[in-house]
Design a protein around this ligand. Structure first.
Ligand SMILES: Cc1cc2nc3c(=O)[nH]c(=O)nc-3n(C[C@H](O)[C@H](O)[C@H](O)COP(=O)(O)OP(=O)(O)OC[C@H]3O[C@@H](n4cnc5c(N)ncnc54)[C@H](O)[C@@H]3O)c2cc1C
Length: 324
C-alpha cells in the first residue's frame, strides 16, 4: 500500500451523500484546513432527497441519539426545528407478558433524542416543507465548500500503478462522464448496485453480510400519537419469528414501524406483527394497514466488510462497518 498524502489542490471524490459521505466531507475539510491544505471535495449522489417516499430516502427509523446530536452541536451543525419531527422523552420496552418504561441510568437526566425523516417524508403524505435530514447534511457541507453533483457512479477504475490517479465513471443527466481524483471515498451504503461492480475486483473487498429489514410509515395523526405514545419510542420483543427487534418511532402525524430479523423481512412479516394483540392495543380500534403504504426493505449490515480499502480508495459507513 502506497503512503499517499493529500496536498494543496488534491481532489477527493466521495461516492454517496448519506450521513457517512457528508460527515466524512465535513471532517476532512476541517482536517485539511488545520494542516493548511486546500483540497477539493466532491460528493456524487444520484438520490434526490427532496422527493417523497423511498426514492428520496436512505430508509431508516430516523432516530438521532443524544451522542450524535451532541457531537453535531460541538461541530456547530445544528438541525433546525423544521427538520425535526419529534423530540423523544424515552423508550418503552414491550414483551409478550409485560411492558416497562426504560429510564436513563442518571437520575433526573432529560434525554435529548430526536426523530427525523431521512428523505422528504412518506410517500402519499401531504407534507410540503423540506424536512429531509440527509438533504440538510448535504447542504451543510455544500455551504462549507464541498461540490455536490447529482450523479450515479457506475464504475471505479483503480490505478494500475500506485502513483497514478483513480478514476470513476458516472452518469449525470443521462450523460456518461469520467473524472480522476487523488482519493475516492466509497460512502455508498448497502442498497446500491455499485457493490456488485466492486466485489470481485482484485483488491478483495467483500461487502458486509446483511439482512433485509422493513420500515413502514403509519399515518395515525398527531393528536392520537401524542395521546397514545407521549413522545416515547416503543421497542418490542414479542417472539414473532423471525423478528428480533421491532420499534414504533413517533414522527408528527406518523409512526415509523421498523422490523429487523434473523432473516430477510417481508411484507407478510409486517402484517403478522401488526396483528399481534400487544401491537393492536396501541393502534386505533379496528385500524388496518392502508393500501397506500410507504414501505421499504433496506439492507442492514450484520458483519464488517472485508478489505474495504485499496490504493487511493477507502470504503466507509454501512458499506464498511456494522454496529449491530
Ligand atoms: C430498519 C433500519 C432502521 C435504522 N434505524 C436507524 C436509526 O434510527 N438511527 C440511526 O442512526 N441509524 C439507523 N439505521 C442505520 C442507518 O440507516 C445507516 O447506518 C446509515 O444510513 C448509513 O449511512 P451511509 O451514509 O453509510 O449509507 P446510506 O445512508 O445508505 O447512504 C448511501 C448514499 O450513497 C448513495 N449512492 C449509492 N450508490 C451510489 C452510486 N452508485 N452513485 C452515487 N451515489 C450512490 C445513495 O443514494 C445514498 O444517498 C437504520 C437502518 C435500518 C435498515
Amino acid at each position: 500500500m502506497m503512503n499517499i498524502q493529500l496536498r494543496d489542490g488534491s481532489s477527493v471524490l466521495v461516492i454517496g451523500g448519506g450521513p457517512a459521505g457528508s460527515f466524512f466531507a465535513h471532517f476532512a475539510l476541517k482536517l485539511a484546513k488545520k494542516h493548511g491544505r486546500r483540497i477539493q471535495i466532491t460528493i456524487l449522489d444520484g438520490r434526490n432527497f427532496i422527493q417523497k417516499g423511498p426514492g428520496g430516502c436512505n430508509m431508516c427509523a430516523g432516530v438521532l441519539p443524544e451522542t450524535l446530536i451532541r457531537k453535531m452541536e460541538s461541530q456547530k451543525i445544528v438541525l433546525p426545528k423544521s427538520r425535526v419531527q419529534q423530540e423523544i422523552n424515552g423508550y418503552y420496552f414491550q414483551t409478550q407478558e409485560r411492558g416497562i418504561q426504560l429510564h436513563h441510568p442518571k437520575p433526573g437526566h432529560k434525554p435529548k433524542i430526536i426523530t427525523v425523516f431521512r428523505g422528504n417524508g412518506p410517500r402519499f403524505s401531504e407534507l410540503t416543507a423540506n424536512i429531509s435530514f440527509d438533504d440538510f447534511l448535504l447542504k451543510h457541507v455544500a455551504s462549507q465548500g464541498v461540490k455536490v453533483i447529482a450523479a450515479v457512479v457506475e464504475e471505479i477504475e483503480l490505478p494500475k500503478y500506485p502513483q497514478d490517479l483513480v478514476n470513476i465513471v458516472y452518469k449525470e443527466a443521462e450523460v456518461r462522464k469520467k473524472i480522476s481524483a487523488d482519493l475516492i471515498v466509497g460512502a455508498f451504503g448497502l442498497n446500491t448496485a455499485l457493490i456488485k461492480r466492486i466485489v470481485g475486483k482484485e483488491f478483495g473487498y467483500r461487502e458486509p453480510k446483511s439482512v433485509r429489514t422493513c420500515n413502514a410509515e403509519l399515518y395515525l395523526g398527531h393528536s392520537f400519537i401524542q395521546e397514545r405514545f407521549r413522545n416515547t419510542i416503543y421497542v418490542f420483543a414479542l417472539g414473532v419469528k423471525p423478528i428480533k427487534f421491532a420499534a414504533f418511532t413517533p414522527k408528527g402525524d406518523y409512526i415509523t414501524v421498523s422490523l429487523i430479523g434473523s432473516e430477510d423481512i417481508t411484507k407478510a412479516h409486517l402484517i403478522e406483527f401488526m396483528r399481534h394483540p400487544k401491537v393492536c392495543e396501541l393502534l386505533p380500534e379496528g385500524w388496518t394497514l392502508p393500501k397506500d403504504l410507504c414501505i421499504c426493505f433496506p439492507k442492514i449490515p450484520v458483519t464488517h466488510a472485508e478489505l474495504p480499502y485499496a490504493n487511493r480508495l477507502v470504503i466507509i459507513g454501512d458499506a464498511s462497518v456494522s454496529y449491530l
